[in-house]
Design a protein. Structure first.
Length: 185
């Protein structure tokens, strides 16, 4: 478990850490200035931006916990999960980690009223819109086969479902019988 935690820390620092912290910090430290906005609009952007950052952080924390506890791996493509994770937020949307990172980026753009950070959000979103279906999903199909294909058919990539998807062979359902005892729940 200790080795997995270190791998998680490294993966988070390299991937979402770079995209959501390092690159925005470099952008903000450049000579670019925030848009001149009146105080009420500026305060509104701060509130919206803070809410988006908190939402994004919550999604990232949940996905990391699920990947380490259930998936036995990390969010990094070079150290992927060993098991398909279809619990928690993954029952609503297939890419909550990317949704979390994009939420943080949009929140940062609003917090700092920064057109440059808004452009960084657009670039990060575009890269993931291309990468996810062309590379990541194909790899998941090869690794997890029919289980991933069923998941992909039932859970949207970007826009969350209103109700969680329950896989056909879900061991967490209370009405499912325990194989040895025949008891329910």
């Amino acid at each position: 478990m200790k080795g997995l935690r270190w791998r998680q820390v490294c993966a988070v620092a390299i991937l979402p850490g770079t995209v959501a912290v390092i690159v925005p910090a470099v952008i903000l430290c450049s000579k670019q200035t925030a848009s001149p906005l009146r105080l009420p609009l500026r305060l509104g952007l701060v509130v919206i931006g803070a809410a988006l950052v908190v939402l994004g952080l919550a999604l990232i924390v949940q996905t990391i916990r699920l990947f380490s506890s259930l998936g036995e791996g990390t969010l990094a493509p070079w150290d992927p999960t060993q098991k398909l994770v279809v619990r928690g937020v993954y029952r609503f949307v297939r890419n909550p980690m990317i949704s979390g990172v994009l939420s943080i980026l949009l929140g940062e753009a609003a917090l700092f009223a920064s057109p440059a950070l808004l452009w960084w959000f657009v670039v990060a979103a575009a890269v993931n819109i291309v990468y996810i279906p062309l590379s990541e999903e194909r790899g998941l199909e090869r690794r997890f086969g029919d289980d991933y294909l069923a998941y992909k058919r039932n859970v949207p990539r970007w826009i969350p479902r209103l109700k969680p998807w329950i896989p056909p062979r879900d061991d967490t359902r209370e009405e499912r019988q325990h194989p040895r005892s025949g008891r329910r729940g």
